[in-house]
Design a protein around this ligand. Sequence first.
Ligand SMILES: Cc1cc2nc3c(=O)[nH]c(=O)nc-3n(C[C@H](O)[C@H](O)[C@H](O)COP(=O)(O)OP(=O)(O)OC[C@H]3O[C@@H](n4cnc5c(N)ncnc54)[C@H](O)[C@@H]3O)c2cc1C
Length: 397
Amino acid sequence: MQRRDFLRGAGTTLAAASTGMLAGCVRPLERPGAIMASPPLRMGSGMPELAPIRAQVDRITGVYVCTRPFRAAGPRIETERLGDKTLVHNYGHGGSGWSLSWGSSALALELARATGARRLGVIGCGALGLTSALLAQRAGLPVRIYARQLPPDVYSMRASGLWTPDSRICEASHADALATRWEAMTRTSFAMYQSLLGLPGRPVEWIDGYALSDTPPGQSLPEPTDEPEYGELYDRVRDLTPHSVMLPPGSHPFPQPYVRHYTTLMFNITAYARMLMADFLAAGGSIEVREFHRPGDLLSLPERTLINATGYGARALFGDDSVIPIRGQTARLIPQPEVTYGLNMHHLGVVPRSDGLLVQVTGDTGNFNNPDTTPDRAASEAAVRQLAGLMAQVRRG
Ligand SMILES: Cc1cc2nc3c(=O)[nH]c(=O)nc-3n(C[C@H](O)[C@H](O)[C@H](O)COP(=O)(O)OP(=O)(O)OC[C@H]3O[C@@H](n4cnc5c(N)ncnc54)[C@H](O)[C@@H]3O)c2cc1C
């Protein structure tokens, strides 16, 4: 996730009060001067008690890169005929694939069911393939997934894991055309996520976070210069998530003068994907590991209706050049269950996932239309050192 995504992720929330204070967030503040009457997490000392993050490069357990499947017009959810098959496309969700998955897959399934299908093939086993398959099962259809890779090897497993439904979802010029559909997808997904709270392994949970800035609210820092202007749609669903609030000086332990507290949904992706896989198999689903090289390869499948959830893979498989790779890199530190808060600051984001504290460089350039998935460990180590610098300045006790 890039800096901008953190802004969204912090987002949803930050979005809400919309965080002009945050680096790169271009939205105006909804309530520029909003100050909490009583800050959250007050301890005897008057400071939120935040467990220190052990930000050491020798605690990095992995550096992961993947490409967001971005389309200027937004996700492709439509039907196409292929020989005697009906193919329902469900790909191109940019930086919002997990967030929109249930809603997008519900739309795709509606199209699939309109064919009168009695059984379904799903191509792909990432966020979109799994949710398409599960929804189809719940509608009573036997489903087989065909995919080149399965979790944990799919790109979806490398996402940040935040509720970011309008992160790099379309270009600004397409936002109006996408808005109604996007809102429907977002609301459907959000409702589904509320039904996945409180489960063993905490696949989905709400977290608190802090957006830290040296820049006053309303003054945005520059976005990466080599990316287009993206559609910003979150205003349409502001009612879904708590609004973020500025913390008064002295009420927080951070060195930065401007600190905003936010609350957002987080996906513990390892536990969540395992749960989706287990649910699919328990409901009688089957999986065939298989790679398709051209659309014609799909003609040999027994199912007459197929949902195509191949993500960035759709570019090569269907020759769809409208899918643009936007590279993103994250690093994970050894988990610290006591760290339950997220952070979001200039060029850095932290997500307190249970499968590893995720550290991400944000706001960097060179990612748009970049299919290179080679990890840049030095960049992640620099981010961890930046985090260590912050931790050394956080007031305690
Ligand atoms: C750094 C980063 C951070 C992100 N953070 C977030 C976030 O916080 N929240 C959020 O909502 N989204 C986030 N995203 C976006 C999200 O990860 C994607 O939108 C999502 O993973 C797309 O899922 P998918 O199922 O379409 O694709 P994938 O996960 O890529 O799955 C595609 C499936 O299709 C199969 N496939 C592809 N081609 C073929 C073929 N030719 N033959 C057979 N099988 C094939 C693959 O093997 C795989 O099983 C992030 C992305 C990045 C890069």
